[in-house]
Design a protein around this ligand. Structure first.
Ligand code: PMP
Length: 309
């Protein structure tokens, strides 16, 4: 079969059982491997849905400029979609995110504007957003998808990721957990799974130094893509039953174990999600099924402590 463009190949990522990592007496853990998505992350799904819905709503014309503030993968996804569809794309991001992300975005032909992160990621993300909105105010050709408040972010997961999960598992799901960047993944998957399985236990997962839902203080952390220091508009705060906090060390160790014990080479927030899934699986016990997502590939983390820097 031949795809018309690479965008037609987005989604339908594999679901894999963890074999060596779960402790004795745990539920089974199934992970959705978004490293194998087009563009190497779960965010290609949301980039594509936000742009295609904007096209349908007449918000984009061939000379539109896509401008988005993002801490990373959304920028890579938008740069990819912009490349295929021919839109000029400008990504505004904190200078604390990995160099590989900037290089990849430029490789797709998009432009990168860096904003200095002086140690408060929430403040820096706000500055990135202000910069995008100023560009929009000055130039009517600018379209800002605004993933933190765009319902088409969440809908990408309701229409695709969640339905893929239910079809792949083909049986009851008892636990789901994942971290929060925009909250699109947790809200979209969480709402669909909970409607199908009302007894499902959902955990929102946060980095220790940005545990805003758990009432913690905001500092810097290395769990890139989650814990941006804000409570996003599109996060459904009714959808999770509990909050689980993960340290940088635990996220790193778990991401490394995923490679060494399961052959799954993925990013730091995948370690975060699986650290929580291991605890949730232990709590729920044998005979139950816990699902999480591995949001991106490890190959954009060579310059980070994941690879022992
Ligand atoms: N992990 C990584 C690596 C990400 O890039 C993102 C997206 N920001 C997330 C997790 C969280 O996804 P969401 O924005 O849907 O909450």
């Amino acid at each position: 079969m031949v795809y018309n463009t690479i965008l037609d190949a987005v989604g339908n990522t594999p679901m894999v059982r963890l074999n060596r990592m779960p402790e004795e007496g745990s539920a089974e853990i199934l992970v959705k491997v978004e490293a194998l998505n087009v563009g190497g992350s779960i965010k290609t799904r949301t980039a594509l849905n936000m742009i295609e819905q904007a096209e349908k709503e007449g918000l984009l014309s061939p000379d539109s400029i896509i401008v988005e503030p993002t801490s990373g993968n959304q920028g890579i996804g938008l740069a990819l979609v912009g490349a295929v569809k021919g839109y000029r794309t400008i990504i505004i991001m904190p200078d604390s995110v990995s160099e590989e992300r900037r290089k990849l975005i430029r490789h797709y032909g998009a432009e990168v504007k860096l904003i200095h992160d002086a140690g408060d990621i929430g403040k820096c993300m706000e500055e990135c957003l202000n910069c995008a909105m100023e560009m929009k105010a000055k130039n009517p050709k600018v379209f800002v998808p605004q993933q933190f408040e765009n319902p088409n972010n969440t809908l990408a997961h309701k229409k695709h990721t969640a339905l893929e999960i239910m079809a792949q598992v083909a049986g009851p799901i008892h636990g789901y957990c994942s971290g929060i960047g925009t909250g699109g993944t947790l809200t979209g998957i969480g709402e669909v799974l909970k409607a199908q399985y009302p007894d499902l236990e959902i955990w929102a997962v946060e980095p220790e130094n940005a545990a805003i839902l758990a009432g913690g203080t905001i500092g810097t952390h290395i769990q890139m893509g989650i814990g941006d220091g804000i409570i996003p508009d599109i996060l459904n705060r009714e959808i999770y039953d509990d909050i689980y906090v993960v340290t940088d060390a635990e996220a790193l160790e778990t991401a490394r174990r995923l490679a060494k014990e399961e052959g799954l080479v993925c990013g730091i927030s995948s370690g975060t999600n699986v650290a929580a899934a291991l605890k949730l699986a232990k709590k729920l016990g044998p005979g139950k099924t816990v699902v999480t997502v591995l949001p991106d590939t490890a190959e954009r983390y060579y310059s980070t402590p994941l690879f022992g820097v």
